[in-house]
Write a protein that binds this ligand. Structure first.
Ligand SMILES: Cc1cc2nc3c(=O)[nH]c(=O)nc-3n(C[C@H](O)[C@H](O)[C@H](O)COP(=O)(O)OP(=O)(O)OC[C@H]3O[C@@H](n4cnc5c(N)ncnc54)[C@H](O)[C@@H]3O)c2cc1C
Length: 387
């Protein structure tokens, strides 16, 4: 499979998801946001059609594909104006980690349900005091004499916890509390006694909310641990690389949606006797954004291809670059789209201005622009570290 030229299967998947997305469209998201609801209908239908679990193994009711296919699904729903943010987390991070490192019982318990949309999993790594420096996370697990785990920690900005059945929490074991991060992953059901969460008041207009989590010595069974407690970063990045690729898909989809609205408007809107799109000051930035999105998508496809081919090391660099390119292209495209609509760019009727805030998410999360530039400076270019 070429990472550059899309296969006929991928084109067909793109077209089918796009058709589903257009049936819901931006109006659906606007309506559920107003009503304070969640995109349950779209989530269920996408699951029924096999799109949510397209990356999960066939023996657990998934589609047997990879992140390449899952990123197509998210990009096309986004381009139709109705992205499903939790796809980045539930099937992409949690599904992948459980499929690759979970026990047979964990796979049976979670994968078919994540694929058919009946269960949802959130993912928690970010901590208030560690921020971008995940090596400083302090969520700590210790085993008691019964073999159970006792988990203590605090997490922030965790998406979708109110809707999730469990959160895949990144912690460290007691003996690995200091020094280099040796992360270990725990499935924490959201109804675990002592597991508390409260919404963070965000300036984002989206159904998916972010939460602060607090838990102090909550008791988890021995089999809450996913994979090997000593496997370290390999297991974590099995989830973080898909997350970066999917965030690129989220950004590209959103940007394509905004750009398409701007192009339609620029064709129609006439103020000096000709459509505003005839002015190069309007046309060129839109053309530039289109090119930048195509380039970002190429990088995303490369990253997905490497990841699905099992080349975790090369996929890491490519996933970072794809997330960077897509985030930057998205921020610029959305800004230009709003500008193209003049005053209408700021009206609720056209609904573009709220995307300015949404677009910024892809520059900050799950890893910020600066941390990617740090990574490329040090890992790719071999420049010295300042920190
Ligand atoms: C909408 C949304 C949803 C999210 N969902 C989740 C989720 O589901 N699960 C989860 O675990 N997390 C989630 N996050 C958290 C997200 O991953 C973090 O916000 C992100 O990693 C940045 O961490 P921070 O906010 O602590 O910023 P900080 O680390 O405090 O960084 C602040 C600024 O300083 C810069 N900076 C920091 N260190 C350096 C350096 N060494 N060199 C140069 N610049 C630097 C950063 O680039 C950034 O611009 C979400 C965030 C948002 C906004």
């Amino acid at each position: 499979m070429s990472p550059v030229l899309e296969s006929e299967e991928h084109k067909a998947l793109r077209a089918a998801v796009s058709a589903l997305g257009k049936r819901y469209g931006r109006d659906y998201i606007t309506t559920i946001n107003k009503e304070g609801r969640h995109p349950d209908e779209l989530w269920s239908e996408a699951a029924e059609l096999g799109y949510l679990g397209v990356n999960l193994p066939e023996e657990y009711d998934g589609g047997g594909g990879g992140i390449a296919e899952l990123s197509i699904v998210l990009e096309e729903l986004g381009a139709a104006g109705c992205p499903l943010l939790m796809m980045i987390v539930s099937p992409a991070i949690c599904g992948t980690v459980i499929a690759r490192f979970g026990t047979e019982a964990q796979r049976r318990a979670w994968l078919p349900a994540l694929a058919n949309g009946t269960r949802l999993m959130a993912f928690g790594i970010t901590e208030p005091d560690a921020g971008s420096n995940s090596h400083r996370i302090t969520t700590t697990a210790r085993r008691d004499e019964t073999g159970d785990w006792l988990l203590t920690g605090r997490k922030v900005f965790i998406s979708g916890v109110d809707r999730a059945d469990a959160v895949l929490i990144v912690g460290r074991t007691e003996d690995a509390r200091t020094g280099t991060l040796k992360p270990c992953l725990f499935i924490v059901p959201t109804d675990t006694p002592g597991f508390a969460y409260r919404p963070i008041d965000m300036e984002l207009r989206a159904a998916e909310k972010q939460f602060e989590l607090t838990f102090d010595d909550i008791r988890l069974p021995a089999d809450a641990l996913v994979g090997d407690e000593n496997a370290g970063l390999l297991q974590l990045f099995a989830g973080l690389n898909p997350e970066r690729i999917m965030t690129a898909a989220f950004a590209i989809g959103m940007a394509r949606y905004a750009l398409a609205r701007a192009v339609d408007y620029a064709r129609e809107r006439t103020v000096w006797g000709q459509p505003i799109g005839a002015h190069q000051a309007i046309a060129h930035p839109l053309a530039q954004s289109h090119i930048e999105l195509e380039l970002a998508r190429l990088m995303m496809q490369k990253a997905a291809h490497l990841y699905d081919a099992g080349d975790d090391a090369a996929a890491g660099e490519a996933a970072n670059m794809a997330k960077y390119a897509a985030g930057e292209a998205c921020v610029k495209a959305v800004d230009q789209a709003v500008h193209t609509l003049g005053g209408n760019g700021l009206t609720a009727e056209f609904g573009l201005a709220s995307l300015i805030t949404a677009a910024r998410v892809s520059r900050i999360a799950p890893v910020s622009r600066e941390m990617i530039l740090n990574y490329v400076s040090h890992q790719t270019l071999g420049l010295p570290k300042s920190y």
